[in-house]
Design a protein around this ligand. Structure first.
Ligand code: ADP
Length: 588
């Protein structure tokens, strides 16, 4: 009798998702839906309260969602509640996790507390309100990590502060290719005549001669040492046999990180900062630079309404990125880029630190130059990394099925050309031959999933099927593809002079994705010199203030070339960190 009853009880428990139960302890499984699929947890309840949570399954972005499975999980247990704020920047992952815990509680018939937020507030934070450092770095993207690590290695006591709950900024979600002339892959591809001078020349011309030649020279010359530092010291892995040929460059020179996103850099940067013992404080927003006797000597910050002061003996490095996610600020400086435009940028890219720098005496320059990225998802505004096949021969066609621009042209040129087409969008078309080189579908399975589900993208065995999906007239599509096939190879594109040469598209499978331009990079920002020191309107150094990365405004002129953001953040992040550390040492 006992055996039967117990087996039946186990069957019921299994059916309801309750894994095991004793008088005081119940363990149950729960499921919630995250950003990238189901999140499954196993929760152990002891005496009617959450005692432990084991995450059984989740496929969320590891950097963006990290705090969901550390801090949020800790707070759920601490408060016995799912009534908590989501981790900003990881809203869907947070909700999925909280729902999974709720689901488990329901199955275990445990009532959770309804006031987790209030309990957390009462617990408070134990960070010291005033802290002293040699170097304070603001913004934990690629520039901030580079600066903090180099400052530390030059002997400084350094802290890295970040307003978002997670590190990474735009550097994380970027494709993260990095230009470096004379890199180790170029000879394997037969590219033997590149040089830092050519790279500098392309960058200066690509920005319509509005960049500062001395800063650009430093960028181009520092590129290869920075890439080797990233590879050999930080541990960044690059694709061994391919480079990107971004628009506006005269040579193929952009290194591609494994996975083709900034996750490779940011996970390695975070690991290095942890190894070196550099404190990285998230949820800490810089509000105002502090000046003492004419020099920047620290920064006032806030965390959840509480004020913290970080004093900096050597200097403050601003590495706070651009302002592309601040629609009002974009419109203020570039009135044409109004509400119609979405953005590719991370939510923290809101530019308030630029005004902080201005109030501290730095000059803001080139603020009107805002770059749209031409090939973005019409639904979310994010970059379609899957369509990076464009760099290996994918063509751009309009709703009438016609090519209308050189596919390797500058971002601003392509963006403006797309906006002039019917509906203000275009289609990116490629075949397996190109896909085998780019491997973007394999590299970005999440995009493939999302775009094919939301009707932005499809795969077809022939052009008739592509015509049906896109509603492009079939004869026109076929005529364009035959014309491309008749002009393949370098120097043969009579229509738009494709600089790398068109690729044969006669064989399927075919892939097509719809694309629109989206606000991407803000070229303007703090005026700096080649030492990454902030300058005022008269060109004088603002003592104690350094800036690196997208927050600066003299590198890219009117238009940043692809692959130059990562070069910028690594080269000038390193310079800023090292110089601020030296300044601290000289003031000890
Ligand atoms: P870059 O490419 O120049 O390194 P990113 O966009 O990758 O720039 O990183 C900038 C980081 O700075 C982002 O993580 C952003 O959230 C952070 N940030 C921006 N403004 C502030 C601020 N006021 N206080 C602290 N962090 C900030």
């Amino acid at each position: 009798m006992f055996m039967r009853k117990s087996a039946a009880a186990i069957a019921v428990l299994a059916l309801t998702g309750v894994v095991s139960a004793s008088a005081a302890t119940v363990t149950a499984k729960g499921t919630g839906v995250g950003k990238d699929g189901d999140i499954k947890v196993q929760v152990t309840f002891k005496d009617g309260k959450i005692n432990a949570i084991k995450v059984l399954q989740q496929r969320e972005n590891p950097v963006l969602s990290r705090k969901v499975f550390t801090d949020l999980k800790r707070d759920v247990i601490r408060t016995n509640s799912v009534d908590l704020d989501v981790i900003s920047g990881a809203t869907f992952s947070s909700r999925g996790f909280l729902d999974a815990v709720k689901n488990a509680a329901r199955k275990a018939k445990v009532k959770l507390s309804a006031n987790g937020r209030a309990k957390l507030k009462a617990a408070g934070s134990n960070l010291a309100p005033v802290q002293d450092y040699d170097v304070v770095v603001i913004g934990a993207g690629g520039a901030g990590f580079s600066a903090a690590i180099e400052a530390h290695n030059a002997g400084a006591k350094v802290v890295l502060i970040e307003k978002m709950p997670q590190v990474g900024g735009n550097s994380l979600i970027s494709g993260a290719e990095m230009n470096a002339a004379r890199n180790w892959i170029q000879p394997r591809l037969g590219i033997l005549d590149d040089s830092a001078e050519r790279h500098a020349d392309d960058t200066f011309k690509g920005g319509d001669a509005k960049g500062d030649p001395a800063v650009i020279k430093t960028l181009a010359q520092g590129a290869l040492p920075a890439a080797k530092w990233a590879r050999d010291y930080i541990g960044v892995r690059y694709e061994p046999d391919n480079l990107f040929f971004f628009g506006g460059h005269s040579r193929k020179r952009a290194l591609i990180p494994v996975g083709q996103t900034g996750t490779e850099y940011i996970t390695k940067f975070s690991a290095k900062a942890a190894e070196l013992g550099i404190p990285v404080i998230t949820d800490m927003k810089a509000e105002e630079l502090i000046k003492t006797d004419g020099r920047v000597s620290g920064v006032k910050c806030t965390m959840k309404g509480k004020v913290y002061t970080f004093n900096a003996k050597g200097g403050v490095v601003l590495a706070t990125g651009g302002f592309g996610a601040n629609a009002a600020m974009v419109k203020k400086y570039a009135p044409d880029l109004d509400e119609r435009f979405k953005t590719t940028d991370a939510p923290g890219t809101t530019g308030e630190a630029l005004y902080m720098a201005e109030r501290a005496g730095a000059q803001l320059v080139n603020m009107q130059y805002v770059q749209t990225y031409p090939i973005c998802d019409p639904v979310s505004g994010t970059i379609e990394l899957i369509a990076d096949t464009r760099f290996d021969g994918a063509i751009l066609i309009n709703q009438e099925g016609k090519r209308f621009v050189e596919e390797l042209g500058r971002r601003d040129v392509i963006s403006h050309a797309i906006l002039k087409q019917t509906g203000g969008y275009c289609w990116v078309l490629w075949n397996d031959r190109i896909g085998a080189i780019s491997k973007t579908v394999e590299a970005h399975p999440d995009e493939f999933d999302a775009f094919t589900k939301n009707g932005t993208m499809t795969v077809c065995k022939d052009l008739a099927c592509i015509a049906r999906f896109t509603k492009i007239p079939q004869e026109s599509l076929e005529a364009t593809v035959s014309r491309v096939n008749s002009m393949t190879g370098k120097g043969n594109d009579k229509d738009f002079h494709h600089r790398a040469g068109l690729v044969d598209l006669s064989q399927g499978k075919y892939y097509v994705v719809k694309a629109v331009p989206s606000i991407h990079h803000t070229m303007g920002g703090v005026r700096i010199n080649p030492k990454a020191q902030a300058l005022d309107a008269e060109g004088r150094v603002v003592p104690g203030l350094y800036a690196a990365g997208e927050v600066t405004g003299v590198t890219h002129g009117t238009n940043r070339l692809g692959g130059n953001a990562y070069t910028d953040i690594l080269v000038f992040g390193r310079i800023a960190g090292e110089n601020a550390a030296w300044e601290a040492a000289s003031r000890r």
